[in-house]
Design a protein around this ligand. Structure first.
Ligand code: 5GP
Length: 205
């Protein structure tokens, strides 16, 4: 008897280290990850089908028309979207699946999947975030400014998340996010099939 899996949405400001947190959640705890599609160019070390499905704008727009995304958005001049098929399949198999997406996408997910768990990874301060973005060396100055502007918009939706976890210490942050996910899976509403199964067994005694 399997319960439906949980949809776990992880967002956070650009440069907060949420990608690293998500990678650790997958390697340490075995969560499934939804691989998004994007029109942005791969960064050094990124591989098609691992970090993202990298595609042209026309390929992305075709997928929109075809209804292939649960949600999609435009973020700092590029498209990003969550492919529908893999997410639905994982949920039906009872798996917990992580979506690492920005705030607008997270809100669209919550509308369609009210049971989704929304976690926001925050930086201890904006000055530490600025330093991280500059130190990462993957974006030019203009893009960094755009990403920080975006953070201002995103901060206005932080209060729509179920949990806020500060990434001050990576190990601790990963541990806390995992605890939140585990607790969420134990909610009564997530265990309806289990409860019914136990009752059925008891009725057979
Ligand atoms: P980056 O370019 O740094 O990889 O991602 C930029 C932003 O897009 C990040 O906040 C990331 O979480 C978000 N993002 C990645 N994939 C998706 C997606 O499929 N949908 C939405 N809405 N946002 C995404």
């Amino acid at each position: 008897m399997k319960n439906k899996g949980s949809l776990i949405v992880i967002s956070g400001f650009s440069g907060v280290g949420k990608g690293t947190v998500v990678k650790r959640l997958i390697s340490q705890y075995g969560y499934d990850l939804s691989i998004s599609a994007t029109t942005r160019s791969p960064r050094e070390g990124e591989e098609n089908g691992r970090e993202y499905f990298f595609m042209s704008r026309s390929e992305f727009e075709n997928l929109i028309d075809y209804g292939g995304f649960i949600e999609w958005t435009q973020y700092v001049e590029n498209y990003y979207g969550t492919p529908k098929k893999y997410v639905e399949q994982s949920l039906n198999e009872g798996k917990n699946i992580i979506l690492e997406i920005e705030v607008m996408g997270a809100m669209k997910i919550k509308e369609q999947y009210p049971d989704a768990l929304l976690i926001f990874i925050a930086a201890p301060s904006i000055s530490s975030l600025k330093a991280r973005l500059a130190g990462r060396g993957t974006e030019n100055e203009a893009t960094i400014v755009k990403r920080l502007k975006k953070a201002t918009e995103e901060a206005s939706d932080m209060d729509k998340y179920d949990y806020i976890v500060v990434n001050d210490d990576l190990d601790k942050c990963v541990e806390v996010v995992n605890s939140v996910i585990v607790s969420y899976g134990c909610r009564q509403a997530n265990n309806v099939d289990f409860i019914n199964g136990i009752r059925d067994e008891l009725n057979c005694i």
